[in-house]
Ligand binder design. Structure first.
Ligand code: HEC
Length: 108
């Protein structure tokens, strides 16, 4: 029953747009090459590139999970999500906002 509530909760978040609420500003210049690769290498790959969890050391994998990554780690107009990384080096809020923007732009 607890699980059901959790799933319904996640669905509700999904339906309301949820997540950080970050948006893609016109003229955004954030890309995988100038931001994403380094962000995930610095803060995520230590735990997410070794096969036991979703690996985020490729652009395709990040795009496939972008909603959930936004919920766990990005900042935007609705919230500053700090569940990930769960330990170790932590991104600044500015970096989380860049992550939100980049994901909202479709992770170019
Ligand atoms: C210290 C290790 C560690 C680091 C660093 C870390 N994670 Fe995680 N992450 C985990 C573990 C363990 C889980 C799965 C267990 C859980 O849900 O808590 C997880 C789960 C997740 C999930 C949910 C996966 C799913 O199945 O939907 C996402 C999204 C995520 N992490 C994103 C990130 C991002 C983005 C970063 C970097 C900003 C990051 N994590 C850094 C350990 C880590």
């Amino acid at each position: 029953m607890k699980k059901l509530a959790l799933i319904l909760g996640l669905l509700a978040i999904g339906c309301s747009g949820g997540g950080s609420g970050a948006t893609c500003p016109t003229g955004s210049t954030v890309t995988y090459d100038n931001f994403g690769r380094q962000f995930f290498a610095s803060y995520c790959d230590r735990c997410h590139a070794m096969g036991t969890r979703p690996a985020y050391n490729s652009l395709a994998a990040i795009r496939a999970d972008s909603t959930s990554i936004d919920l766990q780690a990005a900042a935007g107009d609705n919230s500053v999500n700090t569940a990930m990384p769960e330990s170790g080096a932590t991104p600044t809020e500015a970096e989380r906002r860049r992550l939100g923007e980049w994901l909202a732009c479709g992770a170019p």
